[in-house]
Write a protein that binds this ligand. Structure first.
Ligand code: WQD
Length: 347
């Protein structure tokens, strides 16, 4: 009998890649998504890769009646991976209440159902943004949590506290918060990837759309940081490496290998790259020259962050394997797939 995993936000970028890895590892996956930032045909992509189309329920996790109806029918869930959330930093500054309501209410609804239907395990999609601009680098799981730079980052901090407090009140529950660094790239099949929804905020989709001629040039935000070439440093991690870490985390909880009811892991590669280094890696791995110009810093950006991955490597037995060139090549291959199917993806 396959163990059933609920993936909320499972038609999203990281959710869909994680669903592929869960199915490849013998799990049964059921997805909840409201399709506010993804598309239902992602399920076809998952089927093409794995041969299995996961069960899908379309509703909003803030709708308590629909959440209750769902859990009544799925009391055999062994673990939940909770991706579903609003995640655009800039949008969160303009619409903070939407972010607090959506991101906090959805988690509270899930945790309530876990208590009511005795579903013991949850992996939570957190973020390195909880560290703000760290004083000391690389960042470990014990690095101080600094005041969030945006409502989005604050919802991640508050959700971690909601998890901690809920577990404290119910020792049947176990949780692992996974703090992502910068997820990039796409599955090697190039049939799933980060959907282009509007003008990209993030660096890699903007690079690939510029390389595809959809954008005139890339603006590099800031050239006066205290870094090797003046541009900001991030720890980019391939989305497939990230997805695999979620399978390991779920197995850790199901097999009761946790050392504590609540654990936190940084999911990065341990390597920091500047924006200019990323551009060079893109150009050399794809052979495509990139138009870019240096402009002023973007408000809210931190200067540099990368992970100390020791705890995840040793405790989870997981390590990111794919390098920056593979990340860039896979992102480019996905962009080319989007262009070949532009009537489907660009209305
Ligand atoms: C990366 C670097 C930019 C765009 C965000 C979220 C964070 C997490 C990961 C969810 C920065 C520079 C970018 C561009 C540029 N997401 N840049 N030109 O801001 O590190 O983190 O994604 O958890 O919460 O905040 O990612 O890709 O936007 O920026 O120069 O057009 O690229 O200044 O140095 P960021 P990003």
């Amino acid at each position: 009998m396959k163990e059933k995993i609920l993936v909320t936000g499972g038609t999203g970028y990281i959710g869909s890649h994680t669903t592929v890895e869960l199915i490849n590892n013998g799990f049964e996956v059921v997805i909840i998504d409201n399709l506010s930032n993804s598309r239902e045909d992602v399920l076809e992509g998952i089927k093409k890769i794995t041969g299995t189309k996961p069960e899908f329920a379309k509703f909003d996790l803030c709708d308590t009646d629909q959440v209750e109806n769902f859990f009544k029918k799925h009391q055999d869930i062994k673990a939940i991976i909770h991706f579903a959330a609003s995640k655009a930093v800039g949008e969160s500054v303009e619409k903070p209440l939407l972010y607090y309501r959506n991101n906090l209410q959805s988690l509270a609804n899930i945790l309530e159902m876990m208590g009511k239907y005795h579903i013991p395990n949850i992996a939570f999609s957190s973020s390195c943004t909880v560290y703000g601009q760290p004083e000391k680098l690389p960042v470990t799981e014990q690095s101080p949590i600094l005041p969030a730079e945006s409502p989005y980052g604050n919802t991640k901090q508050i959700c971690e506290e909601i998890l901690r407090d809920t577990l404290h009140s119910n020792d049947e529950l176990n949780a692992i918060s996974l703090r992502y660094f910068n997820p990039v790239g796409a599955h090697e099949s190039a049939v799933i990837g980060e959907l282009p929804l509007g003008i990209p905020n993030n660096l890699i989709p903007f690079i690939t759309q510029t390389a595809a001629g959809m954008r005139k040039e890339l603006s590099v935000f800031g050239h006066d940081y205290n870094t090797p070439d003046g541009t900001a440093v991030r720890d980019y991690i391939h989305v497939v490496d990230l997805a695999k870490a979620h399978v390991v985390a779920v197995e850790r909880m199901i097999n009761e290998r946790q050392k504590a009811h609540y654990e936190v892991f940084n999911l990065g590669t341990g390597n920091g790259f500047t924006v200019l280094e990323v551009i060079k890696a893109f150009e050399s791995s794809t052979g495509v020259k990139l138009n870019y110009k240096i402009v002023d810093r973007r408000a809210g950006d931190i200067e540099q962050v990368w992970a100390d991955t020791t705890f995840a490597n040793e405790e989870l037995g997981w390590k990111a394997e794919l390098d920056i060139r593979t990340m860039m090549a896979s992102a480019w291959k996905w962009q080319q797939y989007l262009l070949e199917n532009k009537e489907k993806y660009f209305d």
